[in-house]
Design a protein around this ligand. Structure first.
Ligand code: OSB
Ligand code: MG
Length: 366
């Protein structure tokens, strides 16, 4: 393929309700889409991080500079642009996995469209639909949390994830268990809010039969997570700490995690995400597809990943209505607790021109 045009489309879409985690509160999905035009097809992707580097070190304005000054010049210098050739060409640029993922995914979308092949087929998806979990933010009160969880369960979500932090851990988990029972598939996500000194408190979560506890300690501290896992029966799951297949192999070998959140953006794209999945699957460690409150442009490819055989736990791939009153693609709708895996070429969706226009703050070529 030949890159003819690269466009940044900055969008801001209000969330249906504020989403609070241990690292901050989001009320708007504020990010950019990448739109590529090549000689054979067009491609779309979504940058997964936020305007501020609170979840990870990358952020919206920084990623645009990284793309403009370091990633796109290398993509343009390739004699023939293919998805497979891209990551090796970008490898000398350290880090910036989310920016790399945005570029790679748009290239992959264009390339697969030119072959008429879906991402699900390309990755090796084995499911037509995937069970949907939902990530529930920290609420002002337990009563509001229980109302939120009740609403999601009534909609059909098959697994609940509670965001936790020091001071909001045992009480919400206990309240949800008491109200909805021991049979509810339940897990928690601390987004790095604890230290090893909190191991005693985290251990008290063991009695609630959680599926897993996600990223309790500092990002990239595999040693501390392994120490913590020794003290917990609840499986530790890593998110922020895993930047690729090699980290995942090390973490599993050290027993720093017994479950893996595969977030394609965080590992540099879908090719590396597939390898992370493969490493977990080869070790018999359950994997699942995480999310970043994506619009339909980011969620569609995540659904393809969630349909891989090693993704044996329900993911955070929720329906459009969990995030937005109006999505910028055809909405993903929950049916019987599941979302359909897109089967059209590429990522399988495109922005709806009218919705995109209304949510766009700025469009410019890179
Ligand atoms: O840690 O998994 C996370 C959202 C934004 C940033 C980080 C995380 C999350 C979620 C929600 O938990 C996942 C989703 O519904 O997309
Ligand atoms: Mg997480």
């Amino acid at each position: 393929m030949k890159l003819e045009r690269v466009e940044i489309v900055h969008v801001a879409i209000p969330l249906v309700s504020p989403f609070r985690t241990s690292f901050g509160t989001m009320t708007t999905k504020d990010t950019f889409l990448l739109h590529l035009v090549t000689d054979t097809a067009e491609g779309w992707s979504e940058f997964a991080a936020d305007p501020e580097p609170l979840y990870c070190s990358e952020f919206v304005a920084g990623a645009q500079i990284v793309l403009r000054d370091f990633l796109l010049p290398r993509a343009r210098a390739l004699p023939a642009l293919t998805t497979a050739a891209l990551a090796p060409a970008l490898a000398r640029i350290k880090g910036h996995e989310l920016a790399k993922a945005a570029l790679e995914t748009a290239v992959l979308d264009a390339e697969l469209r030119s072959y008429g092949m879906s991402l699900a087929t390309y990755l090796g998806a084995v499911r037509e639909r995937v069970p949907a979990g939902v990530s529930v933010g920290i609420k002002p009160t337990i009563a509001e949390l229980l109302d939120a969880v009740e609403g999601y369960l009534a909609e059909g979500y098959v697994r609940i994830k509670l965001k936790i932090e020091p001071g909001w851990d045992l009480a919400p988990v206990r309240a949800v268990r008491e109200r909805f029972g021991d049979g509810l598939p339940l897990q928690v996500d601390a987004n790095t809010a604890y230290t090893l000194a909190d191991a005693g408190q985290l251990r008290r979560l063991d009695e609630f039969g959680l599926l897993l506890i996600e990223e309790p300690l500092a990002e990239h501290d595999l040693y501390a997570h392994a120490r913590l896992q020794q003290r917990l029966t609840t499986p530790v799951c890593l998110d922020e700490s895993l930047r690729g297949a090699r980290d995942t192999a090390s973490a599993i070998a050290m027993d720093a995690c017994r479950a893996v959140n595969v977030k394609p953006a965080r590992v540099g794209g879908y090719l590396e995400a597939r390898r992370v999945h493969d490493v977990a699957q080869a070790h018999g460690v359950p994997a699942w597809c995480g999310g970043m409150l994506e619009t339909g442009i980011g969620r569609a490819p995540n659904l393809a990943l969630a349909a891989l055989p090693g993704c044996t736990l329900p993911g955070d791939t929720s329906a459009s209505s969990r995030y937005f009153a109006e999505d910028i693609t055809e909405p993903f709708v929950l049916v019987d607790g599941h979302l359909p895996v897109p089967r059209s070429p590429g990522i399988g969706v495109e922005p709806l021109p009218e919705a995109l226009r209304r949510f766009t703050r700025e469009r410019r070529d890179l």
